[in-house]
Design a protein around this ligand. Sequence first.
Ligand SMILES: Cc1ncc(COP(=O)(O)O)c(C=O)c1O
Length: 395
Amino acid sequence: MFLLNRHPDYRSALDPADVETLGPAGADAITAHLAQRENHRPTPLHGLPALAAALGIGALYIKDEGQRLGLGSFKALGGAYAVIRLALEAASGKLGRKLDDADMLDPAVRAVAAEMTFACATDGNHGRSVAQGAQLLGAKAVIFVHGGVSDERVAAIARFGAQMVRVPGTYDDSVVEAARVATERGWTIVSDTSWDGYERIPGLVMQGYTAIAREGLAQMPERPTHVFVQAGVGGIAAALAAQMQTVLGDERPFFTVVEPALAACIFEAARQGRPVKIAHGAPTVMAMLECYDPSPLALRVLYRAADAFLTAEDSDAVEAMNRLARPVAGDPAIVAGESGSAGLAGLLAALRDPQAKAALKLDANSRVFLVNTEGATDPERYTELVGLKPAEVAA
Ligand SMILES: Cc1ncc(COP(=O)(O)O)c(C=O)c1O
């Protein structure tokens, strides 16, 4: 299913606060932060000319977040960054001097951070990032996961020294529970989704994601005509859409938000023209995108800066993972997890549907930019779906 954006705010200017957070100044801030992180390297942008030709489009590029900051997903850019920014702010207040990213490992900052506890809910990847940020500073992290998060994903977060809490219900239930407990105990909640009266911290998380657009646009040999980005609560999609709109203006690419058909809350909010929470249904294979309640901050941006909303089937995601793992001759092999491959899944779905293909103006001149948002963050599941171990793909 696809939907062109018909919201009354479509193509109107972004809210000035969102420009400040997600525009060029936001990308400058995360760039300055990354320069201080020990294991930071820009992630690769792969060209897939053979797949582009097979699909009948002009060019296809995929920004591969599979190794971002050693965490396996783009989420490495958001949670840890917000944790460090918040700890630096707290330390600045206590120490009475201005601190910046270069001070993050200063013993005085660590002493302040050691008194702080950061909490969040997660499907897996965001919690890993928050836990990594807390560990870097010697702060505590308490991470809430719902029943559907695999034991492997839980173990991967716990390895960063976080305390793990299992919550019955869905991701959205774990968000509510994390916020409740954190408020009660005076912990700092670092959520990747926003709610009424709570936007600054999710805004910082999303600011981290703008690095993908900044790096990607610099790496592309030509400006993209199309972008397909997957959404859970909409954070990465909104961060990329806002960054591209503020940097490229009218020259920005046609921006499509992709969601699993089984968890398409942003699609529904676009269809109804207002924020809605959708009913919890069967689980999707794109586990990290299994969200039923969009982030209001993300929606506000997407109503203005996204052009289309699209759903992909689970089978599209599995096909996309396999196409990336077993490339057409000449293209590189890419390890893309179930949710990582969702942008390509959306492109495949759009190209198969003549109406969607025409509405999204996809043709032989299209230069498409995608983000592989995660590698094999759940290696067992990856092998089940692709028939290869991640190491066999990369080899
Ligand atoms: C691998 C991956 N891709 C995409 C997303 C969607 O991001 P957002 O919730 O910001 O829309 C997530 C969220 O956890 C994720 O882990």
